[in-house]
Design a protein. Sequence first.
Length: 196
Amino acid sequence: MRQATINRRTNETDIALSLTVDGTGKSEIQTGCGFLDHMLTLFARHGRFDLTLSCKGDTEVDFHHTTEDIGIALGDAFKAALGDLRGVTRYGSFLLPMDEALILSAVDLSGRAHLSYDLHVPAPKVGDFDTELGEEFFLGFVRHAAVTLHIKQLAGSNSHHILEGAFKSVARSLAAAVKLDDAYLDEVPSTKGVLA
């Protein structure tokens, strides 16, 4: 079973995270930020990843360090759980409608970190969450998971729907990319023989 446990402690955050890639979507999330808890709960559910996460962060400042470091820890967990990527489908994409919002995401488990983030979130905050932190989360994730990720907003005017659509779409894209492909079970899906 593809699993990883990550403990990340800095002067700003203390994170304990456990991930099972081949899960059922169950989660226990405690980040100190209600909106981020909501996003990660639905990320786990839509990706069918089992995710347990607790974070104690310097939330008296804001949620920046908490959000970024959780993205980093989640990226580390995926990288550790997937190993050399032998047998994975590698690519995944999903077009997700969330009421008036329409979000496209595509991922390549390329071994190379790149984020193309094209969301236009009209409100500066959803609850007490700074909406610009969505990009910080995904930057931390792609840098540490070593994946290429494109997120594009095709429609949307509600800030909550846009961000929720992005987290759901990315989860579905990742679920497709990490799925084991019978045609590649003994291979790394690259002509180079390695994804790095």
